[in-house]
Design a protein around this ligand. Sequence first.
Ligand code: NAD
Length: 370
Amino acid sequence: MHQTVNVDLAERSYDVEIGPDLLAQAGVRIKPMLHRPRVAVLTDETVAGLHLDALRSGLASAGVEMTALALPAGEATKSWPHFERAVEWLLAEKIERRDIVVAFGGGVIGDLGGFAAAVLRRGVRFVQIPTSLLAQVDSSVGGKTGINAPQGKNLIGAFHQPSLVLADTSVLGTLTARDFLAGYGEVVKYGLLGDADFFEWLERNGPALSAGDMATRVQAVTRSVQMKADIVARDETEQGDRALLNLGHTFCHALEAATGYSDRLLHGEGVAIGCALAFELSARLGLCSQEDPSRVRAHLKAMGMKTDLSDIPGDLPGAEDLVDLMAQDKKVVDGQLRFILARGIGQAFVTSDVPRDAVLSVLQDALATC
Ligand SMILES: NC(=O)c1ccc[n+]([C@@H]2O[C@H](COP(=O)([O-])OP(=O)(O)OC[C@H]3O[C@@H](n4cnc5c(N)ncnc54)[C@H](O)[C@@H]3O)[C@@H](O)[C@H]2O)c1
């Protein structure tokens, strides 16, 4: 059931290994990269409680020792104080230039751990062992690392590619249903942006995947990683095509800012709602058929996901304020809002040519149902 996807980036190329029970093989897979049999693991307290022993024994079975630092779970950890603690801990553990840092957790640990590896001694190698669905299909691949600033999300960081990614699909079994579905929002995004057949496959297999069917999980993670790897190989530092991966994100970032990056809306939930809105906007601009947004929403609803603005608990600002929040996104270029729109399911494209009034009217109508 194991799959390997290669991320083809010349001398920075690496493999993403996907399948059940990979933690048990962590030592065998990582050992050939080590110059001494010891790694430093950054993780969060939740993942540590559930899976750190399994990682330790997987490493030990190949004679690799580990030392670990568990940071608090949650987005607030992606900040200077925890970053400083992580880097100073790595120095105190005498992690050297040729050693390997392991980021073992969801996207928060992957982003923070990758950034710590990027700056430690001007850059050490790191291995991603992503444990959330979101991290397995998205954040662990592609080399974007970083932390949040008081001014906004992901504003401090570096491109630093991992040397290996081990996506153990067995560990997904301990995710809360909410965190699992938030990650599924990113899986759906891949079908919507570039692979109509994959979206159709998800419509048929999403329920089994959500219920825990391992073969389906491996297949969904593999297809998602393959799509991300292809896009990243074409455009590593997001000069063009990589922006396609931001389908749904312009809306999502405004909604995350409006809800204070709190538990009211998880990132993947915002992506799902944002994809539905991006298709609605595309249909109104006459780019895709009217049926496409309905089909997107129907699948999200069938999976029990947040789909509409009314699914976000609490009050939201008005449409004008949401558009203003979009304008603060770091992906705004020369003050122009950039959107990923679609000519149909699986046919996304990047454009700055979107009338503000069209965005406003989509949001006004979406807010009217709240
Ligand atoms: N670098 C990138 O390209 C990229 C892409 C997308 C998102 N991100 C970032 O990823 C972050 C979101 O990632 P996330 O959703 O994984 O968040 P997260 O790391 O906070 O994980 C979500 C929750 O799930 C828990 N968890 C993780 N694995 C678990 C497991 N196997 N069992 C039980 N609980 C588990 C965590 O402790 C946490 O409470 C955001 O900070 C976002 O900016 C980065």
